[in-house]
Design a binder for this molecule. Structure first.
Ligand SMILES: *Cc1c(COP(=O)(O)O)cnc(C)c1O
Length: 414
């Protein structure tokens, strides 16, 4: 970043510091990852200079000879990778992609249905502080109090009662496989649009490590930067019948010009995601998460739903004599970065809930495996015993950094 260093040394230094943080820590936030150098390069390319409101061959500005080809390539790759009939690669991110779906199929005040935030749903699934819960009438389903699995009976009962325009299936903190078939049958019965928000698991789906929602859902939304390992962005896959409504909702409904540098980054990431290497990565994410879950259980940590089928583990830490926030802060001091999180039916407040959320995509992208998951569980165990012992925590941070030195982070020079 030689030019940046000259123009703005302050920002250059902060970017450098962030790069070394990403290199020297164990990053366990399940929505984060390391993109490849190829994705980084195209994200910082001259494509950022171009305006191209509209869709390929139907733009409002001239000079689209290359942009059209890039966007069509991204769409073609998305359709091929996920086996979908149509794709829109323009949403600025996951939240606008979801808003576009509601805008396409519901009017203000209409009922929409989603998993409650404090049970693992996303803000944009109708939580009150989000436009999705404010402008529409949110109907919230929850997890079953004993199994901590989605309460499909509740989903069916609520859907029959409220007849939502859109049913959202998908989560931001749910460690189990979602039964898309049940959701599809419920949506069909009540004539709702089924939208699966696969933001977290898109990489697993692409790599065949999680069942695909595409055959079952009318519409599938996703971010492109989580397990899918692309640039920050959003994408909507849909049945042909919904293509017009979705495209219109994205542009001109919600957005102006698409972020072409991101579109190109999505195209590159989709190409990478179609490789055998990516399939291996996707399966290793799940293997690592299961292994980490087992190792944490052995250390007396309590896991929501007892384990995991996907890329993330929700840990109730209260039985270890701590709570989510101080534990997450202590882990950060020890070089292990995660977020505190509510557990289902959490008796504690959201600002200091009972749990932490751990994900394995970023570690897996560095090539870490089950042996490293064992070390991680050991360190987490030590942190739980030393939440307020800064000396012990900084000792662990040193050991973590040593481990990280052996696993180069994609896109970050050593
Ligand atoms: C991350 C996430 C989103 C939102 O994505 P942003 O890019 O942060 O707007 C939407 N839905 C789910 C399930 C997510 O996990």
């Amino acid at each position: 970043m030689e030019n940046l260093k000259k123009t703005d040394p302050e920002i250059a230094e902060l970017v450098g510091a962030e790069a070394s943080r990403q290199r020297s820590k164990l990053r366990l936030i399940p929505s984060e990852n390391y993109v490849s150098s190829a994705v980084l390069e195209v994200s910082g390319s001259v494509l950022t200079n171009k305006y191209s409101e509209g869709y390929a061959k139907k733009r409002y500005y001239e000079g689209q000879q290359y942009i059209d080809q890039i966007e069509l390539l991204a769409i073609r790759r998305a359709k091929a990778l996920f086996g979908s009939e149509s794709a829109n690669v323009q949403p600025y991110s996951g939240s606008p992609a979801n808003l576009a779906v509601y805008y396409a199929f519901a009017r203000p005040g209409d009922p929409i249905m989603g998993l409650a935030l404090d049970h693992g749903g996303h803000l944009t699934h109708g939580w009150g502080v989000s436009i999705t819960g404010d402008f529409f009438t949110p109907i919230r389903y929850e997890l079953h109090p004993e199994t901590h699995l989605i309460d499909y009976d509740m989903v069916r009962d609520l859907a029959r009662k409220h007849r939502p325009k859109v049913i959202m299936a998908g989560a931001t903190a749910y460690p189990r496989i979602i039964d898309f078939e049940i959701f599809a049958s419920i949506a069909k019965e009540v004539e709702a649009i089924l939208c699966v928000d696969m933001a977290h698991i898109a990489g697993l789906v692409a790599g065949g490590a999680h069942p695909s929602p595409v055959p079952h859902a009318d519409v599938v939304t996703t971010t492109t930067h989580k397990s899918l390992r692309g640039p920050r962005g959003g994408m909507i896959l849909m049945k042909k019948a919904h293509r017009k409504a979705i495209n219109k909702a994205v542009f001109p409904g919600l957005q102006g010009g698409p972020h072409n540098h991101t579109t190109a980054g999505i195209a590159v990431a989709l190409k990478e995601a179609a490789t055998d290497e990516f399939k291996t990565y996707a399966h290793k994410i799940v293997e690592n998460a299961k292994h980490l879950a087992g190792a944490l259980k052995d250390k007396g940590f309590d896991l929501v739903s007892g384990g995991t089928d996907n890329h993330l583990v929700l840990v109730d830490v209260t039985k270890r004599g701590t709570t989510g926030k101080p534990f997450a802060k202590a882990l950060d001091l020890a070089g292990i970065v995660c977020n505190y999180n509510t557990v289902p039916f959490d008796p504690r407040p959201p600002m200091d809930p009972s749990g932490v959320r751990l994900g394995t995509p970023a570690l897996t992208s560095r090539g870490m495996g089950t042996a490293e998951m064992d070390k991680l569980a050991d360190w987490m165990n030590r942190v739980a015993d030393n939440v307020e012992n800064e000396t012990a925590l900084s000792q662990i941070a040193k050991e973590v950094e040593e481990l990280c030195d052996g696993f180069p982070a994609p896109g970050i020079p050593a």
